[in-house]
Design a protein around this ligand. Structure first.
Ligand SMILES: NC(=O)c1ccc[n+]([C@@H]2O[C@H](COP(=O)([O-])OP(=O)(O)OC[C@H]3O[C@@H](n4cnc5c(N)ncnc54)[C@H](O)[C@@H]3O)[C@@H](O)[C@H]2O)c1
Length: 393
């Protein structure tokens, strides 16, 4: 029998907002989830007006407090099954905590919070209440990221010596915050973005890519956090040299003033037997270089699981692509894959079963979100102390 579609609520997303749209497409993409209600704006009247004008019918709420209060009173089946938080960074903690306390699962945008104290509180609350909680590290949803994880974690590159994880953009090369970009405006305000713009905004994505693909954890950080655009209140460059728990070293770097770079996220992993190269702007493929062998190029959905190099590629991974290779998946499909994985956990939660994907293998967890915040703090502390090595918590 067809499953009842899950009801999803949006917190934030009105008035020309950006990331709500990919989320909304991803939520509605399979027919097994749909957006049903929203608190779209901090101004209650605007929030209601925006809901009224939404492209399809949704229930509008005047605030996220009202959404959480009213929806929690409804029986399962009628109420929201989970909420997606797409507000600026400083409006993640409060609605997330209120949802957890109301037993409502949360899929929250990154960076998780603006302070480590808040992040720690969310981790503790999720652990106590056992409510599904995902963090929207989009790029874990690319099939090739999941495939890269399999290759590196299977040891096929030998022992990892060096990792370079980066996210380079150019959209803040000028003061976009002063010329009407609502996205730029809050990102460079320490009250709304946190202690680092560039680190929190995209450095956390690069870190998550490193941790997800390699399974390694950062133990020490030496950070350089800089502001190239004169008068900007927060950084637009965030570079770290990191030591990893295996003994490997690497870079986690982010930059927003590199004209010409769009969403240039990537990772290169160098091991004793070979190298893996992955770039999000060419996300249909993974490049492998092995010592003394011809280079290998793997395309999504065109992989032979036992080709003399690959080993034990899990069946679920082979089945995950949604369309044949050559018809490209994209950013929206990556988001959809995350919401699809989160949906499985929400359904398990409602049935009182263990959550199949809450181990971080399919989407980033609240702990991953919290590690991102701890990392940004360590890098900023290091930058303020002559780039000295700072131990990660
Ligand atoms: N995962 C990704 O790839 C990705 C990409 C872009 C942004 N983000 C993250 O998503 C979040 C939003 O970023 P954006 O670029 O979409 O921002 P945005 O400025 O485009 O949208 C923010 C939205 O939040 C609403 N809002 C603010 N305060 C609110 C409140 N109290 N109640 C209800 N709504 C409120 C605003 O009205 C707006 O609709 C940020 O945390 C950002 O870091 C993630």
């Amino acid at each position: 029998m067809a499953k009842r579609p899950l009801n999803v609520g949006l917190i934030g997303g009105g008035g020309g907002a950006f990331i709500v749209q990919p989320h909304q497409k991803a939520i509605n993409s399979d027919g097994t989830r749909r957006v049903t209600c929203a608190a779209l704006h901090p101004d209650p009247n605007v929030a209601m007006q925006e809901a009224e004008n939404w492209p399809f019918p949704i229930k509008g709420y005047r605030s996220y407090d009202e959404l959480i209060e009213q929806e929690s009173k409804k029986p399962v089946g009628e109420r929201v099954d989970y909420v997606t938080i797409v507000t600026p960074n400083n409006v993640h903690f409060d609605p997330a905590m209120k949802c957890i306390n109301a037993g409502i699962p949360v899929f929250c945008e990154k960076p998780l919070t603006v302070t480590l104290e808040e992040a720690d509180k969310l981790v503790a609350a999720v652990n106590e209440k056992k409510v599904p909680f995902g963090v929207a590290h989009t790029y874990l949803g690319h099939w090739t990221t999941r495939f890269s994880r399999h290759i590196v974690r299977s040891g096929l590159l030998g022992q990892i010596r060096w990792v370079d994880a980066y996210y380079i953009q150019g959209w803040l090369a000028e003061r976009a915050e002063d010329t009407g970009s609502m996205q730029a405006e809050w990102r460079v305000d320490p009250k709304r973005a946190g202690i680092s713009n560039c680190g929190g905004d995209i450095g956390t994505h690069a870190l998550m890519q490193l941790r997800y693909v390699t399974g390694l954890e950062v133990t020490q950080v030496s950070g350089h956090v800089e502001t190239f655009v004169k008068g900007r209140r927060l950084d637009d460059a965030f570079f770290t040299y990191v030591k990893l728990d295996s003994g490997a070293h690497g870079l986690v770097r982010a930059l927003q003033i590199a004209i010409g770079h769009k969403n240039d996220l990537g990772i290169e992993v160098n091991g004793t037997k070979g190298t893996l190269v992955w770039k999000q702007e060419e996300h249909e493929k993974v490049v492998i270089h092995l010592l003394g062998q011809p280079d290998r190029l793997y395309y999504r959905n065109a992989v032979t699981p036992n080709d003399g190099f690959l080993k034990d590629v899990p069946e679920w991974l082979m089945k995950e692509p949604t369309i044949p290779s050559g018809h490209s998946e994209g950013f929206h499909d990556a988001f959809a894959r995350l919401h699809r994985s989160f949906e499985e956990d929400v359904r398990a939660y409602e049935e009182g079963k263990p959550l199949p994907n809450a181990d971080g293998s399919k989407y980033a967890t609240v702990m991953d979100g919290s590690i991102g915040i701890a990392f940004v703090k360590a890098a900023v502390d290091s930058a303020h102390n002559g780039n000295s090595w700072v131990q990660m918590k």
